[in-house]
Write a protein that binds this ligand. Sequence first.
Ligand code: WTA
Length: 664
Amino acid sequence: MPDPNATESMLTETRRFAPPADFAARAHVKSMAQYETLHARSIAEPEAFWSEVASELHWFKPWDTVLEWNLPDAKWFVGAQTNLCYNCIDRQVDAGLGDKVAIVWEGEAVGDGPGGGPEVLKLTYHDLLGRVSRFANVLKARGVKKGDVVTLYMGMVPELAVAMLACARIGAVHSVIFGGFSAQAICDRVEDGKSKLLITCDGSWRRGKVVPLKANVDQALTMTDRVKDVIVFNRCNAGVPMIDGRDHDWQTLVDAAPADCPAEPMDAEDLLFILYTSGSTGKPKGIMHTTGGYMVHTYLTAKLTFDLKADDPDELYWCTADCGWITGHSYILYGLLPNRCATLMFEGGPNHPAPDRFWDIIERHKVTKFYTAPTAIRAFMKWGDEHVEKHDLSSLKVLGTVGEPINPEAWVWYHEKIGGGRCPIVDTWWQTETGGHMLTPLPGATTTTPGSCCRPMLGIDMAVVNSDGQEVPNNTGGILVCRKPWPGMLRGIYGDRGRFVETYWSKVPGMYCPADGARIDPDGNFWITGRIDDVIVVAGHNLGTMEVESALVSHRAVAEAAVVGFPHEVKGTGVAAFVITQGELPEPGSDAAEQLKKQLIAHCGQELGPIAKPDQVRLTTALPKTRSGKIMRRLLRDIAAGHEITSDVSTLEDKGIVETLQRG
Ligand code: WTA
């Protein structure tokens, strides 16, 4: 009989890491007991809890009601007025902190910094106020009004932050498109958001080359005539053609704009931004976030997850995400600046000019809190420890990860090599839709286990349930849900009410369903087992594809792995593994290749039990990823099944890879 609790044997990592005592003593939350008391109270009295958090920020008008909840519609801080840009900037300037550094920007080294080195710009809160106010006046002069959608398609220059904050200042709704997306993606999003104004750059620097942003915009705008004005920031001196009447030079407009622009009082539930995220099928969803709740949630989570210290003059936080993703919105800008901390933004890639770029930046700027993705960590592991070892990383205090599960091997490497064994790691689970962190360790309180994102954030009521909404026993796989509304929750999908209800509120009655599977271990820690659609049922067993991946990458010959199901005659679904090898790829079909495949199959059997043994192993040099770094599992499923490729591969970074995988 197949054991329905097969996942129980799958805890491959049992090491525990307690917060260092001296760190805990100074942290906002100092112990597990304190966390548990705070969390219990935040769930029992959510309105009191969230209104206390909100009171730490600036409101033009206080709320009448903390929460109005008509499932699936939440209204937070009803009747209140605030402005997120004001809370990011003016509140600090008003408190006499105008000279404090708000943004540290490091450009890709293109030889124009002092001595040909990297180009660095530091903006104080006062500088930022000036730049944002002027640009807000530029937008107003072009006719942008409260509620209008402004599209941003820019590189990681400070002007991107300025443009986002300027929109928030006047109540315009920004829709940021990641600079790696194509003309078609720009066109689709402009159309969906009915956006009349677009802000871009001539290009952006990435690994010594210019990404042709303006050319992509020009191409997109041949497919839609919605956009009337394009503002172009000149980053690369690319000499791009400008269309008379439509295209305007950023600097010329800014130079002519008045310096003063008061922040617009916004209703707490006024739309703040839309951000597109891909769904399981069809066109991207424009996730809607509103002003007050999103502000309060990102402020609190940034503060607690990274243990941010406004009064520490050395505090310098760095999140390596792009502002085109939710991580950049929430944890480069909006959660950080209201915490009165300095946030570092960088342009370019992690391995240009050399594979030590991140460690070099951390050493030179003395970064204290660092937040990146497991994929990046695994890439650094592969590039070799020597790039890390030549740098002094002793300024670091907390390390974070986001976006995908981190396999225990990468976690331990991050902890030892980057954190010197002394920095707590926060593995943060959340989504574009949740606005901010939902599950995460708190660095001064939580004893962590590599691979687990540990506990719910304060005020967040997460559980693992079956499809009736009943909690499942410990160590049993189930559906991850949030049972209560929270301030940063999405308020809808732009222009598609039906899809909002169907996608998030129809799988489990009365609860928010993010479409991730999870289990809770006997210590109360959450483990994400993969997207619900990535769970495969092999011979009657539920198997999290991510758990098999984790087992594979624990083998010394494996750098990265992706696992999918494919139709199998006997088992219903078989397990297919796509594996990037550590070092050189053995010749396809050679003895060495076949040997290695056998070893990997045996290794999975050992780590997880026989049911998890892959039926197919394909060795490769790369995995098909979208530009946002997500593995295209649909494509892998087609390849594993030997089907014709039906997936849209237009968003693939490297198109030649499909053939390599088929041969694999
Ligand atoms: C996955 C990124 C495991 C998950 C902030 C989620 C994670 C989706 C983690 C959201 C994590 C994110 N451990 N899985 N720490 N963080 N995910 O919208 O499947 O780009 O549903 O938001 O990424 O991706 P999104």
